[in-house]
Design a protein around this ligand. Structure first.
Ligand code: OSB
Ligand code: MG
Length: 369
């Protein structure tokens, strides 16, 4: 294939409720949509997952626009591509900027799947017909409110709940949840809010039968996490620290984690995500698909990836209505009793909802040469 036209749209999407983590709050989601067209007129879609401020990783909505416009699109337009795996090699001269790279690589995967008349899941080698999903709940104004939300999610059938923790908002909160809900599949995510000085606090969490503790230490660390893992019974799950298959290999060799959360944007695309999946499978490390408050296009890519066989733990890809009043795809993603059906039609298996996309778009640029 050759990409002949790429349209970038900057969208602002209102959220039903603000989402708060140890590093900040997202009240309105901004994102870029990538619509790429090949020479035969097939269009593929991708979505950026960077936020407006660089608190999760160093990328932002503006840096992704800059990278796409000034570097990635010029590298890709009119180049002959036989397989989407070639895209990461084309981008090899650009350091990091994984979220920008992943967004456009995702559109190429969508086109490739349509050309070869497969669902994106099939094109990636996925074999599940449906995936198990959980839900991530942000920090709430009170523990009572948090527990009410968890109960509602469990009632709706979600397969596990993840809560966000930070210093002084950790052991007490988990203890309160466990008092009322002793058996639910529960995990915590610290988004790098702790250091090895907090080891005593993190060890107290061992008493509460958590599925895992996600990213307790620094965003770029795998060494201290290995030290911590040796002193914890609960598995550490790495999120921010894993940006490539090489990071994953080193973390596994060091014993830094027992689980890896794979996010397509954080690792630079579906090809790298699949490599990490395969490496983990060969090393008996279970994986799950993380979320970045995605709108429908990103959600569709997550669902396809999660159909791969080593995604054995429920991910964060809830249904569209968890975050959005209306989503940018049709049909919307539906989670029923904690399952999402993997679409079987060609490509991502959802159509863009042009009316909603147009309504939410604040700027557009088209690139042809
Ligand atoms: O660390 O997994 C994370 C949201 C924003 C930034 C980072 C994270 C999250 C979530 C929510 O936990 C995932 C989702 O529901 O999309
Ligand atoms: Mg996380």
């Amino acid at each position: 294939m050759k990409l002949t036209e790429i349209t970038l749209r900057h969208l602002k999407m209102p959220m039903k409720a603000p989402f708060t983590t140890s590093f900040g709050t997202v009240a309105e989601k901004e994102l870029l949509l990538i619509e790429a067209m090949d020479e035969s007129g097939i269009t593929g879609w991708g979505e950026t997952v960077a936020f407006v401020a660089p608190w999760y990783t160093e990328e932002t909505v503006k840096t992704t626009w800059h990278m796409l416009k000034d570097f990635l699109i010029p590298l890709l337009l009119h180049k002959e591509i036989k397989h989407p795996d070639e895209v990461s090699a084309l981008f090899a001269s650009i350091r990091r900027n994984c979220m920008a790279k992943a967004s456009i690589e995702g559109a190429v995967w969508d086109i490739y799947a349509q050309q070869t008349k497969q669902s994106l899941a099939q094109a990636l080698g996925g074999n599940k017909q449906r995936i198990e999903v959980g839900v991530s709940v942000g920090i709430q104004s009170s523990t009572a409110k948090l527990i009410d939300q968890i109960k509602e999610h469990m009632h709706n059938g979600y397969k596990r709940v993840k809560i966000k923790i930070k210093p002084n908002h950790d052991v007490e909160v988990v203890r309160a949840i466990r008092t009322e809900l002793p058996d639910i599949p529960l995990m915590v995510d610290a988004n790098s809010a702790y250091t090895l000085n907090d080891i005593k606090i993190l060890q107290q969490l061992d008493a509460y039968n958590l599925l895992m503790i996600e990213q307790p230490l620094a965003t770029d660390d795998i060494v201290d996490h290995a030290t911590l893992q040796k002193q914890l019974q609960t598995s550490i799950c790495l999120d921010e620290s894993i940006t490539s298959v090489e990071d994953a290999r080193k973390a596994i060799e060091l014993g830094s984690c027992g689980v890896i959360n794979i996010k397509i944007g954080r690792v630079g695309g579906l090809t790298e995500a699949k490599r990490i999946h395969d490496l983990c499978q060969n090393n008996n490390i279970p994986v799950w698909c993380g979320g970045m408050l995605e709108a429908g296009i990103g959600r569709a890519h997550n669902i396809a990836l999660t159909s791969l066989s080593n995604f054995v733990l429920p991910g964060d890809t809830a249904g569209s209505s968890h975050y959005w009043y209306e989503d940018i795809i049709v049909p919307e993603v539906k989670a029923i009793s904690g399952y999402i059906d993997v679409p079987q039609s060609a490509g991502i298996g959802y159509a863009p909802n042009r009316a909603v996309i147009d309504k939410l778009t604040i700027s557009t640029e088209v690139y042809r040469s």
